[in-house]
Each structure stands twice: as structure tokens, then as C-alpha cells.
Design a protein around this ligand. Structure first.
Ligand SMILES: Cc1cc2nc3c(=O)[nH]c(=O)nc-3n(C[C@H](O)[C@H](O)[C@H](O)COP(=O)(O)O)c2cc1C
Length: 239
């Protein structure tokens, strides 16, 4: 039952939080099964309903099925990943090279969500002080799609280890259109219970209480909030 605070019913809330907590970045578990058009349409519509600065809607969605195009993107990834690996020495370097960081050819569909930096003309409402709010808006479209995909049982993996100019070239993007998110999409054998990087021992989730502050960076967060957060489990959040 909803209360008069306009909140969702407990079951609806539980569904939303479940999508949030069980969403994963997927690289290793893709199945080849095609994504039905009606499901894909719902994901794209969810993305298109993201908030955007000045209602700019700077996104376009490239649906990339061609294996030739995907092979070209995979080659860009391989080069960029080799360069990235050089940042890590010794055991950390070996561990980095063992990580699987893309599912470009394993997933049945790739999707590039772009940001047209000129959409809406030179003065978009709300963008005067923070010019990059068009990029932020496009990230929110990605997140909408990612959560909707989880609810539909589809995995999404974000591949950012590619040179954006080279990627724009492969995808024939016009000048001023930025390839913000290159995504791999498909059904999966499983959703891992924790981020793949955490499972691989690369990096763990930070405790939320350590990230809360008060009125300024140097002020402590209210004690009651700290206690409430410390008492949460992800499941509790849906109650
Ligand atoms: C902007 C952005 C770029 C990312 N780029 C990559 C990438 O290139 N390769 C990869 O394997 N994962 C990439 N990820 C996924 C993150 O590694 C992942 O979100 C994080 O480890 C937490 O795991 P989770 O998404 O399963 O909760 C990216 C995520 C974001 C938000």
C-alpha cells in the first residue's frame, strides 16, 4: 500500500532497490542469445527518460551488431589495455592482465551512447556554469538503461578502455559528438553477487559511513544519520 507521501508500494520499492543492488558490470558471463527488439526498445526508452540539463537530451544510441565494427573496437581496446597495463608493476601488473575488462565480441549486441555537445544550441538552460552537465546527463541515461537491463535479466558492461577519438572514427561520429559510453549487452549465465573487481581482489567497496560529511568537508555528518547508515544492510533499504 502506498502512503500519501507518494511513495511506491513495498513490493515496488523492493524491485527498484533489487535492480540497484543486483546490477553488475558484466564482462565474463555473456550468453550469445539475441536481445528481443521489444526488450531493447524498453531499455532505450528508459534511457531516453533520464534527466538532462535544460532538457537537452544530448544522447543518441548506436546499436552495433556488425562483427567487423566490433572487431575494430576490440582492436582499439587491446591497444589501450596494453598501454594501461604498463601503469602497474610486478604482481599488480600480472593481476591487471588477468582481469577480463570487456565483452565486446562475447555479447550479442554493443551499444554506444553518445553525447552531442552542441544539441540545443550554444546556451542550454542550466549549462552556463557547469559546461560538462551534458556529459553528466548522458551518464544518467546510461544508468537508467543499466538498471532497466538488470530488471529485464540482461547484463551490461561498460568499456572505457578505448581512445575516444579513435572510437569516434570507427563509428563515424560527426564532429562534436562524444562517444560517452561503449556498452556490451546481453543475457548472462549469472549475475555475480559482488563487483568482479572486488571478487578478483582488485579493490573493495568503501564503507559508506567513511564518506559522509556535514556542512563542510571538515564537519562530521550528523550522528543519527551515521548510526542509521551503519545499521543498514542493502536488503534493509527496500523496507
Ligand atoms: C564510467 C565507467 C567506465 C567503466 N569502464 C570499464 C571498463 O573499461 N572495463 C570494465 O571491465 N569495467 C568498466 N567499468 C565497470 C566498473 O569496473 C564497475 O562498475 C565497478 O567495478 C563496480 O562493479 P559493478 O558495476 O558490478 O557494481 C566502468 C564503469 C564505469 C561507471
Amino acid at each position: 500500500m502506498s502512503s500519501d507521501h507518494h511513495d511506491f508500494s513495498p513490493a515496488e520499492r523492493a524491485g527498484l532497490y533489487r535492480a540497484i543492488f543486483e546490477r553488475r558490470d558484466v564482462r565474463s558471463q555473456f550468453l550469445p542469445d539475441p536481445v528481443p527488439e521489444d526488450v531493447l526498445a524498453r531499455l532505450l526508452q528508459a534511457a531516453h527518460h533520464a534527466p538532462s540539463v535544460g532538457f537537452m537530451q544530448p544522447w543518441d544510441f548506436l546499436l552495433i551488431e556488425s562483427r567487423d565494427t566490433r572487431r575494430a573496437v576490440k582492436a582499439l581496446f587491446d591497444g589501450a589495455n596494453d598501454r594501461a597495463a604498463r601503469h602497474y608493476a610486478g604482481e599488480r601488473g600480472e593481476r591487471y592482465r588477468r582481469l577480463k575488462l570487456e565483452g565486446i565480441l562475447d555479447s550479442p549486441l554493443n551499444l554506444c551512447i553518445t553525447c552531442d555537445r552542441n544539441r540545443g544550441g550554444p546556451h542550454v538552460l542550466g549549462r552556463d556554469s557547469m559546461f560538462d552537465t551534458d556529459l553528466f546527463s548522458t551518464c544518467l541515461a546510461v544508468q537508467n538503461l543499466w538498471l532497466a537491463a538488470r530488471a529485464e535479466g540482461l547484463g551490461v558492461g561498460w568499456v572505457s578502455i578505448v581512445d575516444p577519438d579513435a572510437l569516434a572514427g570507427v563509428l563515424a561520429l560527426p564532429a562534436g559528438v562524444y562517444p560517452l559510453a561503449y556498452l556490451c549487452l546481453g543475457y548472462v549465465s549469472e549475475f555475480l553477487p559482488e563487483p568482479e573487481l572486488a571478487a578478483a581482489g582488485w579493490r573493495q567497496r568503501l564503507p559508506l559511513t567513511g564518506l559522509l560529511r556535514g556542512d563542510t568537508w571538515h564537519t562530521e555528518a550528523p550522528e543519527a544519520v551515521l548510526q542509521a547508515v551503519a545499521g543498514l544492510s542493502p536488503q534493509d533499504a527496500s523496507r
